[in-house]
Design a protein around this ligand. Structure first.
Ligand code: IVH
Length: 702
């Protein structure tokens, strides 16, 4: 459940670790900017404690393991009773061991436990005199804290007047709910400030800020009531005698917010097993809570048990924090991708340096919209606080501004739709492709009409958008049935362009199956895979009849790809039927369909059939050869695109490849061929000029 602690090897490393921990801890308790996330800090402290166990005579006075509190802040208001920290456990076994040691210490099993969420905020002491809140003090170093009474009135759940005129101290946690945190960052950035990295930092900063032009609300949850010097003796006695669970009920009666009203109220449990069951319940609810928790606090409920257990200098012995895995980690923002959804919404997504949060490797996080990126002043290369709880999609809380090096780069926003190239409607917070729901259609038609697919001259982007917007084309097949009149009805479409376009569409109808297949955009099949499939099956009918096993006979299609290709072809069946009806060619010239016997053999023994060479065409001048084309083609080959060259190689019986390796048999090197030619030479691979190659494959030139 937890990451193992780092190992400290010597006294110097130990001293460095203590120094780092002290710095991080001081920042943590004062709301400064800690360079460490909580998980990293916890691991560091565990490493320090482990080393100290082996070297008890060398423990440094600053060590976070022995201090009352981590920070070294000089507070000006002494606490009546020290504000202690809590020891941690990380697993059921550690928790059970803790209950056993506590039972040994007090001479019997703990009578009853109280179990409550460990709220992820800052400890605060609120002093009430005759029912009126007159002082707010931070924890500081545990013995004295900072007076932050200026925050009175901004903390929800901490009333300025109690329901009864009692004098006492209420202790608890100040935090920001998710909504409060978002609001705080909006207000702060609107005032030109840097956003806070997470709710905890936001509450710490807000609590201590004195002269701000704005106030933002926070929330208080009480977890302790204790007497003050002026508390009357009878009440003081009761506060010392009541079980924790009853004190919490009393706090609620007095008008103080407690966890009672939340989805994770404080409960009591009689046994360690019951406690662990409750821990699981709270952990399961964590992701859906409107505030952050970083663990569960388990306390001996009865005052008598607490008194018998006593306290150490740092933490009470009658309470323990069962830490939950961290949900926040700092990592780097590497890139921002812009994805277009079904409705044309263009959503940014963060690509992160992979980071493990609660056992899952996180590589992506949502970024809401461009305005949000601007507001949070995110930059490429930034260290960012990433939050991931439960199965919820990870999100970036904010950049960790003080870790900036100056080399961060602004995030570029797209100027045209990254999928279909149309304009972007930026009038709303969420940007949208101007083609809206048609974006996907426009993009897939543009791809289908492209040079390496159906190569329909005159059917550019703008024309496709026109056809789609006019409702003339709703899928690829519709392209082949548009009429002359329909085309003429479009703006800027004269007779000549109409006739040219119709002629180009007519030519496209006769393209080989490999091109049609590629135009269909079956996932996982690009140009060369489409050619291999088309050559293997020769006709669309044979291809559609193929099951997963026969699909695997195509070179390069394994157990993973085959099922998805078969499934997608089934899904495309109505479109393919429509294309057939429109007269589109569905055969691959020169290819012969697989013989039924070959298919039967394959069914008997899929292992040997997979990737079998037998089914590939064996004839042609390049039979058995792997050919790489590089540089500019000249002579008879001058007009051929790289894709067309590859097609030619394959028509002539060879295999096309884009990189030179020991397996390469021939490199066609045109003008300007660089590293591939050099590599071929160093490996002693046969080289051919475009002219030599043209002669070699002359029979197959179209
Ligand atoms: S009891 C003497 N109860 O956790 C007992 N603390 O890591 C100490 N915290 O300083 C406090 N939720 O700021 C207690 N339900 C809870 C808590 C809680 C959060 C914080 C508190 C404390 C820190 C120790």
């Amino acid at each position: 459940m937890t990451t193992p602690a780092a190992v400290i090897v010597d006294a110097a490393a130990y001293a460095q670790a203590v120094e780092n921990a002290v710095k991080a801890s001081a920042a943590y308790y004062t709301g400064g900017t800690s360079p460490m996330d909580d998980d990293t800090y916890d691991r560091l402290v565990r490493a320090i404690t482990t080393w100290e166990t082996g070297h008890p005579d060398q423990v440094l006075p600053d060590s976070p393991s022995g201090k009352v509190a981590g920070g070294a802040v000089e507070g000006d208001v002494p606490h009546t009773v020290a504000m202690l920290s809590l020891d941690n456990v990380f697993s059921p076994d550690e928790f059970t061991a803790w209950t056993a040691s506590l039972a040994r210490r007090i001479g019997h099993d703990v009578e009853r436990f109280s179990v409550e969420p460990k709220l992820d905020g800052l400890a605060i002491a609120a002093r009430y005199t005759h029912g009126r809140l007159d002082r707010l003090i931070t924890r500081g170093d545990g013995t004295a804290g900072e007076d932050v009474s200026h925050a009175i009135g901004t903390v929800e759940g901490l009333p300025e007047a109690l329901t009864e005129p009692v004098t006492m101290e209420v202790r608890g946690e100040v935090l920001m709910t998710t909504a409060q945190f978002e609001h705080a960052n909006e207000v702060r950035t609107a005032h030109g400030g840097q956003p806070f990295a997470n709710p905890r930092g936001a509450s710490a900063g807000t609590l201590r800020a004195r002269e701000r032009a704005y106030t933002v609300p926070m929330t208080f949850f009480g977890y302790g009531l204790l007497p003050l010097a002026d508390t009357d003796t009878e009440l003081a006695g009761r506060l010392r005698e009541l079980p924790h669970s009853e004190l919490m009920a009393r706090a609620a009666e007095l008008g103080v917010n407690t966890t009672a009203g939340t989805a994770v109220p404080s409960t009591t449990a009689d046994t360690a097993e019951q406690v662990l069951a409750r821990v699981q319940e709270i952990a399961a609810l964590r992701a859906s809570l409107p505030f952050g928790i970083d663990g569960i606090v388990i306390k001996a409920d009865l005052a008598a048990d607490q008194q018998a257990a006593g306290s150490g200098t740092r933490a009470p012995r009658w309470a323990i924090a069962y830490k939950l895995p961290a949900v926040e980690k700092i990592t780097r923002l590497l890139e921002v991708e812009w994805n277009v959804g079904r409705t044309g919404i263009i959503a940014p997504r963060a690509v992160l340096e992979p980071v493990v949060i609660d056992g899952a490797t996180i590589t992506y996080a949502t970024l809401h919209n461009p305005a949000d990126i601007t507001r949070r002043d995110l930059r490429l290369g930034d260290h960012v606080m990433v939050h991931r709880a439960g199965d919820v999609i990870p999100r970036i809380e904010a950049p960790v501004a003080h870790l900036r090096t100056g080399s961060e780069q602004p995030i570029a926003f797209p100027e045209v739709c990254p999928r279909c190239g149309a304009g972007i409607d930026t009038s709303e917070q969420r940007w949208r492709c101007e083609n809206g729901r048609n974006c996907h259609l426009v993009a897939s038609l543009s791809y289908a009409a492209g040079r390496d697919q159906l190569d329909i001259e005159g059917l550019g982007h703008t024309r496709i958008i026109q056809l789609v917007e006019a409702g003339l084309v709703t899928d690829l097949a519709d392209l082949f049935t548009v009429t002359r009149d329909q085309l003429l009805s479009l703006e800027r479409m004269g007779e000549t362009s109409t006739d040219n376009l119709l002629a180009a569409i007519g030519t496209a109808k006769g393209r080989p199956l490999s091109r049609v297949l590629c135009a269909l955009g079956v996932r996982g099949t690009g140009r060369s895979m489409s050619r291999r499939i088309a050559r293997h099956f020769a006709t669309m009918d044979h291809l559609r009849a193929a099951d997963v096993t026969s699909m695997q006979q195509v070179e390069g299609i394994g157990t993973e790809k085959a099922p998805s290709i078969v499934a997608e072809l089934t899904e495309l069946a109505p479109l393919i039927d429509k294309l057939v009806a429109a007269g589109v060619n569905m055969t691959e010239p020169g290819a012969t369909p697989p013989s039924p016997a070959a298919t039967d053999d394959a069914t008997d023994d899929t292992q040997t059939a997979q990737g079998s060479e037998d089914s590939e065409p064996t004839g042609g001048p390049l039979a058995g050869m792997t050919v790489v084309v590089t540089g500019a083609m000249t002579g008879a080959l001058e007009k051929l695109s790289r894709n067309q060259m590859n097609e030619l190689v394959e028509r002539a019986g060879g295999r096309s490849s884009s990189s030179v390796s020991k397996k390469t048999t021939l490199v066609v090197a045109g003008e300007g061929a660089g590293s591939k030619r050099a590599k071929a030479e160093s490996l002693g691979i046969r080289l051919a000029t475009p002219e030599e190659f043209a002669t070699l494959v002359s029979e197959h030139l179209e």
